[in-house]
Design a protein around this ligand. Structure first.
Ligand code: 5GP
Ligand code: ZN
Length: 111
């Protein structure tokens, strides 16, 4: 299986890591949409956040905790954590990931 985020976990594609934990890593998004735009992903491949929750709830809990930590470290602790799930919701990489967006006012609802 050819998965860009598995390649980042393996180090075969470079990324700017901001955190490495037991079950997750966090790195800068290639195309940032806010002053802080970090992706937090499980090291193991799961298609989306629902599959991750079912298969490895501890990894999901670690992912959410790391997201909060990144928002505290890089911004003022206020953030949006987004899991696009399925192509029509904007998911383009089929390896579960949370977007941590922070550092500017975020409008609601999202597009
Ligand atoms: P999605 O659209 O699936 O919710 O989010 C995928 C995100 O991954 C996008 O924001 C995109 O900019 C980011 N992305 C895609 N390929 C790479 C890559 O090779 N490196 C990094 N750092 N981010 C990537
Ligand atoms: Zn993967």
């Amino acid at each position: 299986m050819d998965c860009v985020f598995c390649r980042i976990v393996d180090g075969r594609i470079p990324a700017t890591l901001v955190h490495e934990g037991e079950r997750v890593i966090a790195f800068q998004d290639l195309s940032p949409q806010a002053p802080t735009h970090v992706l937090v992903i499980p090291k193991d491949h799961h298609q989306d956040v629902g599959a991750l929750a079912a298969a490895d709830p501890r990894a999901l809990a670690e992912l959410v905790a790391v997201a909060a930590e990144v928002a505290r470290d890089q911004a003022d602790g206020q953030y949006r954590l987004v899991f696009n799930t399925g192509p029509s919701a904007g998911q383009t990489v089929m390896h579960a990931h949370g977007h941590v967006l922070a550092g500017r006012d975020l409008t609601w609802p999202p597009g």
